[in-house]
Write a protein that binds this ligand. Sequence first.
Ligand SMILES: [Zn+2]
Length: 453
Amino acid sequence: MAATVYLGLLRASADPGHVDLTSRWPAEFVALASDDIREGLRPAAVELVLRAERGRIVGSVVDAAGEPVLGRAGLLTATKRVCAELAGEPLSGAGIVTSMVDMVRQALPRIAPRVVAACRGSGADRIPALEAVKVQLTRSRASSPDFMIQFDTSWCLLPFRSGAVLAVPSLDDMPPGHRAYVLKLQGLGPDDGAWAVARVEHLISCFLVPFHELIHLLQTGQDDSDVRSYSAEHDASRLCGVLMLQVLRPGGSPAADAGGGPPSRGWPPHLASMLVCMMMGQAPLFQHRLRLAPAVVSEADLDSAPSAEGPPAGAARSEAGAHGEAASGSADAGGAWRAYREWTASFGLRSPAAALDALGCDNSHDRSMKDLVCIEGVARGGDDAETARQLLELALVGRQGDLYSEENRGRVDAAIAADARLAVTEGALEELWGQPPAEAHALALAELAPARG
Ligand SMILES: [Zn+2]
C-alpha cells in the first residue's frame, strides 16, 4: 500500500516523477515508510531514490538501468505492476472498517466529550448509535440496471431499528459495468491493469471512509432540506480527515499510541501520514475536475489540461514557479470551482448542486468536492486536537432541526467569523504542501538522502 501511495504522489505532481518531500506529511510518510515503499516497488522493478537538492529532499523512482521514471503514463504502468501482486487475493477491507469503527467508539469521548454528551441520550459515556453499528460487505450484481451502478458501488449507512449498517462495496468479483464506473470515479482510465490499482486504492480508503460515514451517524436530529444533503455531506467530508488524525495519532505523533493511546492493532506507524499523502496525491485530479468541469475525466487528461490551474500538488517547487488563477476555456470554465469554493466558505450551507447540474456534471464531480474538502480540511484543521474538538462541536452539538434555519445559520456564521480557519478557502492545499516537516522527520529524511543531488 505504501508503494502505491508513493507512486500516486509522483503521478500527481506538476512535474510527474518528482515529488518535493520537504513538507510535513510527505516527510513523515517517507521517513517512516521507506522500507515498505522499497519492498512494495520491487514487482515493478523500480527503486526509490531520494536526493538533496537546494535545501530540499526530492523523491523519485528509477528503473533497473538507473533511469528516472517520468511522466504519468510510465508511473501508472509501474503502479499497475505494484498492485498486480495482489490481483489474485480477495481484498474486502471489512476487517479494516470494523477496526476503524471500534477505534472511533473508543476515542470519541477523549476527542470531543460534548459531542458524546449531545449524542448519547442518557447514561453511560457511550453513543448507542455507534455501539450498534454493523459492517457489511455489499456485492454488486451484473443484472443491476445502469442507474443502480452508482448506488451499488457506494459506501452507505442503512438505518435499521436494530442499529445502522455500514455497507461497504466489495470490489471482488465486480461486474464489468460496475468496474468501469469505479475506474472512472478514480480517474484511472480503461481497465488495462488499472483494476488492480482501483482495488488497492479501495483497500486504503477502508481506513479513511468510515470516519465520514460515522460522522453521518452522529448527525442525529438534523434536517438537511438540500436536494443532495450538501450541508450534511460537507460536515462529514470536512471532518473526515481531521477525525481520522485524532483517532490514529493521539497526541499528534505517530509514536504516541505506544504510550497510552488506543491499541495500534498492528497498524504501521506511517498509517495516518500515508492516508494524508494518498489524499494529497489525488487532490490535483479533483481540482482539475472542478476547475475544468465537466471536461476532465481521468489522470491522463491532466497532461493536456491548461497549465495555469492551481497548486503544484507537491511538484519540486524549485521548478514549479508561480500558480495562476482558474483556467479559462469555455464560458462555464470555473463554474463548478466557484460553486465548490462558495460551498466550503459557507461551511456547507451554500449548495453547489444547482451549479453542478447546470454544467452537466456527474457523480465524479460530486465525489471530487467531498474528497477535496476532506484534504483541505486537513490542511486547515491539521491534527490540532483543539481545532478538531471545535469543528466537531460546531457541526454536531446544539444544531438541531433545519440546518438552514436562521438560528443554525447564525451559529455557523458566528463561529466562522470568530475563526476563519473553520471554513476552508482557496490556498489550503498550498498551505499543506508548505508545512515544514517535524524536526525528527527532517533529520530522518536528511539521513535517507545522499549528501549531494
Ligand atoms: Zn456522506
